[in-house]
Design a protein around this ligand. Structure first.
Ligand SMILES: Nc1nc2c(ncn2[C@@H]2O[C@H](COP(=O)(O)OP(=O)(O)OP(=O)(O)O)[C@@H](O)[C@H]2O)c(=O)[nH]1
Ligand SMILES: [Mg+2]
Length: 441
């Protein structure tokens, strides 16, 4: 379902607004953040006609920006036939209402979150992806119902009796369209949650199956447009979607690859991050993002040619922390090294290189540095394996073959009844193997 780009794909004329609060320390400057908002608008099918910024001590309680700025934007709307005004920060329901009132009937007021939600809606390909975006959209929309949405309940055919007929005790007379819409949306939300639950239960079963194969999972993470899918394609030949667009990828793709050491791992590509990612979206995509949480290793891909490369690294690390990604070993992959560097080479003081097992320069496009990257993945996996000594009876043949295929065996002796071996395994295999463990000497 698409909310903002009209059905006939007509390009809308947009105007961007950024607000800088004195004394606040955002990750990106207001100019850089607006530039990113412009890319988001572009991806959503909006032509950016102009932009403006304002510095205030605090957000204006009713109109978000000051009254003078509101007038200035109104003049721009008139002069350039602007159809959408897009704010870089999340507007409260009240701000949105007041701004709609000020700009008039024909102008839509959006914020970054609404734009991101719209792009997600356009790009979601799987059923789970679509359900997640729809859920996020309705949750975002529920507190913001204004005249823009009052067609909704009517479209949904919310049942007869509205306005007092036959709804005694249920829908009292005087119920407004807005209240009916709200109830309708709440119903849709719980229906979507049920559906998602079912889809996820199915995925959970698939995951349990995968767990048995117990191949290490290496997940690609990073800022949107960093080149994760391109790297996936270069390494695996997978036919994944690559585009110079924000949020080109929404659904997770996983492929098996063989490292130079002969070891097989699963490589998985998923949704990228951006600063000011709407919280409803993070909540709705939790299940997709859980794939990252369960990975054995992360490749944090960055666009090293981007002027804001370090801010992007910081945003990604913050978002990973927000979705409770544990301390998974990671490699920082500085991608696009075939392009001229447009940003600062030296990282800011808060960047701690020791958080990464390795830092490597590559070009996913030309293939430069990829053999080194694959070596580093092998090394890092090996380094993070856990050593244990196990005594496995012969009747547990599946465990013995698991050790031969998936672990590194340092020492192995056969007893009359089984195998005693000193092995190195992935941290996540330690738990189920402990029932065979011998106290290490
Ligand atoms: N010059 C150059 N361009 C690259 C390189 N890697 C990726 N790109 C380009 O960067 C853009 C984004 O690439 P994607 O692979 O779609 O990026 P992504 O990280 O998957 O982005 P999302 O799915 O939106 O999160 C595309 O236009 C790619 O062709 C590289 O090494 N060099
Ligand atoms: Mg991608």
């Amino acid at each position: 379902m698409r909310f903002y780009v009209p059905e006939d794909h007509q390009i809308e004329r947009g105007y961007l607004v950024g607000l800088e609060i004195r004394g606040s320390r955002p990750i990106l400057s207001v100019e850089d953040s607006l530039e990113e908002l412009g890319l988001l608008a572009d991806t959503a099918g909006i032509e950016v006609i102009g932009q403006t910024t304002q510095r205030l001590n605090r957000v204006h309680p009713s109109t978000f920006i000051g009254p003078g700025k509101v007038e200035e934007i109104k003049a721009e709307i008139e002069a350039h036939n602007i159809q959408v005004v897009i704010f870089d920060d999340e507007l409260s329901p009240r701000h949105q209402r007041e701004l709609e009132k000020a700009f008039g009937e024909k102008v839509k007021v959006l914020d970054r979150s609404a734009l991101i939600l719209d792009i997600f809606a356009q790009h979601a390909a799987t059923r789970e992806g679509r359900l997640q975006v729809e859920l996020a959209q309705y949750e975002y929309r529920l507190p913001r119902l204004t005249r823009q949405w009052t067609h909704l309940a009517r479209q949904a055919g919310g049942g007869g009796g509205r306005g007092g007929h036959g709804g005694v005790g249920l829908r009292g007379p005087g119920e407004t369209q807005l209240e009916a819409d709200r109830r309708e949306i709440s119903n849709i939300i719980s229906r979507l949650k049920d559906e998602l639950e079912q889809v996820r239960a199915h995925r959970q079963r698939q995951r349990q199956q995968r767990e048995k194969t117990s191949m290490p999972v290496v997940a690609l993470v990073g800022y949107t447009n960093a080149g994760k899918s391109t790297l996936m394609r270069t390494i695996t030949n997978a036919d994944v979607y690559v585009a110079d667009q924000l949020f080109a990828t929404l659904d997770t793709t996983t492929r098996r690859i063989t490292l130079p050491s002969g070891r097989e791992v699963l490589l998985s590509d998923t949704v990228g991050f951006i600063q000011k990612l709407p919280t409803t979206l993070i909540a709705a995509f939790r299940a997709t993002l859980e794939g990252i949480t369960e990975a054995d290793m992360l490749l944090h891909v960055v666009d090293a040619s981007h002027p804001n490369v370090w801010q992007q690294v910081e945003t990604v690390e913050d978002t990973l922390a927000q979705i409770d990604v544990p301390n998974i070993p990671r490699i920082l992959v500085r991608n696009k090294c075939d392009l001229p560097i447009r940003g600062p080479l030296t990282p800011p003081p808060e960047f701690n290189p020791s958080e990464y097992d390795a830092i490597v320069d590559i070009s996913a496009k030309t293939g430069q540095g990829i053999p080194e990257l694959l070596e580093l993945i092998s090394e890092s996996l090996k380094k993070n394996m856990v050593k244990m000594t196990v005594n496995v009876p012969y009747q547990n043949g599946d465990v013995i073959s698991f050790l031969h295929n998936r672990a590194i065996i340092d020492e192995e002796t056969h007893t009359g009844s089984g195998v005693i071996a000193t092995v190195r395994v992935m941290p996540r295999d330690v738990e189920w193997l402990t029932r065979f463990a011998l106290p290490s000497s």
